[in-house]
Design a protein around this ligand. Structure first.
Ligand code: PHE
Length: 346
């Protein structure tokens, strides 16, 4: 029995044969199990001899199985190493047209367009963290702890460990905290935009919990609302590629700007098709204003000497308007058909 099984194990040429040998020997209905069952019918003396012998046999077969399994695995690996190889000097296979080619996501495309247009007007690019402390996201922007806009903004708060009673960090609810970081870094005068991801707890056809904004600001000794108007009109003319683009500045309120204005763009919805620059409808595209003196001070800039404008708009939103995409949620679902349809070639 012992020699037979040990032979079978040693000769097993692959995993399947080895498993068959294991079942035949040690399986529930295997030889060893059968013998074990016979122990019950033996006299105590016979059992005292056969029991330990069977257990020893079982251990020996198990050890042989394990060893054989390892050597089969080694052999398989050696075989793979021998047969599978890669010629890294080979030139890459080119793909057929449209096959397996990725595309540039509309958000990336529009962000690049925005950076290029403002770049031509002398604006640099400033970045900041997406996990923000509440000083940068709120206090520095003249939003005190009890201010209603903290809840209006549907803020996502990061959990703190038990016993850590510092105020929780937040997922930034807008790109405005990057204003503060930019001011502290560059001082005045300065001019930059801050594109990036922002987070609010909101979900419907035009809202997703993560979306993109671009902030912009210019600080100098004699910046006025007139500069703001020109910069935004010039941006819209170029971005929407409409010469006669028309903007409407509506008085509004933000804690971080004074005065504040929301800006609408003239458009028409005739026949369910959106056309920018014509018609009698207005669509809100951004918030803006003159930077509040408290905010300049948070950024280490003396409001007695310097003033500036700031604006913030949704990147996804202007992408939807320019390229006629009806549902914001589709931006972030990663559906390849959508990406092929709306994506840009690299
Ligand atoms: N932070 C504002 C928002 O998220 C937009 C804004 C930016 C308004 C800068 C004015 C100035 O809605």
């Amino acid at each position: 029995l012992r020699a037979g099984f040990l032979g079978r194990i040693a000769e097993a040429g692959d995993e399947a044969q080895l498993e068959a040998a294991r079942l035949a020997a040690l399986g529930k209905k295997g030889e060893v199990a059968l013998r074990m069952r016979e122990l019950g019918k033996m006299t105590p003396e016979q059992r005292a001899e056969a029991g330990p012998a069977l257990n020893a046999l079982k251990d020996e077969l198990l050890a042989a199985l394990t060893a054989r399994k390892a050597s089969l695995a080694d052999a398989a690996l050696a075989e793979r190493l021998r047969t599978e190889w890669l010629d890294v000097t080979l030139s890459p296979r080119t793909l057929g047209p449209g096959v397996g080619q990725g595309s540039v996501h509309p958000v990336s495309q529009v962000t690049d367009e925005v950076i290029a247009i403002f770049g031509d007007m002398g604006f640099g690019v400033q970045e900041g963290p997406q996990i923000e402390d509440d000083w940068h996201n709120f206090d520095a922007l003249n939003i005190p702890p009890e201010h209603p806009s903290r809840t209006e903004m549907d803020t996502f708060y990061m959990a703190r460990l038990d016993g850590d009673d510092r105020r929780p960090n937040v997922l930034r609810t807008h790109t405005s905290p990057v204003q503060i970081r930019g001011m502290l870094e560059h001082g005045a005068p300065c001019r930059f935009i801050c594109p990036g991801r922002v987070y609010r707890c909101d979900y419907d056809q035009t809202h997703t919990p993560m979306f993109h904004q671009v902030e912009g600001l210019a600080i100098d000794r004699d910046i006025t609302m007139a500069n703001l108007k020109w910069v935004l009109e010039e941006f819209c003319r170029r971005f929407f590629e409409v010469e006669g683009v028309e903007l409407r500045f509506r008085a509004s309120h933000f804690p971080f700007t004074e005065p504040s204005a929301e800006v609408d763009i003239r458009c028409s919805w005739a026949g369910g098709v959106l056309r920018i620059g014509e018609g009698d409808d207005w669509l809100e595209i951004l918030g803006s204003g003159m930077i509040h003196p408290h905010v300049l001070r948070s950024g280490g800039i003396d409001p007695e000497v310097w003033q500036g404008f700031a604006f913030g708009m949704g990147i996804d939103r202007i992408a939807m308007l320019k390229y006629g995409m009806p549902d914001l949620r589709a931006f972030f679902e990663g559906d390849l058909r959508w990406l092929r349809h709306y994506g840009f070639s690299a």
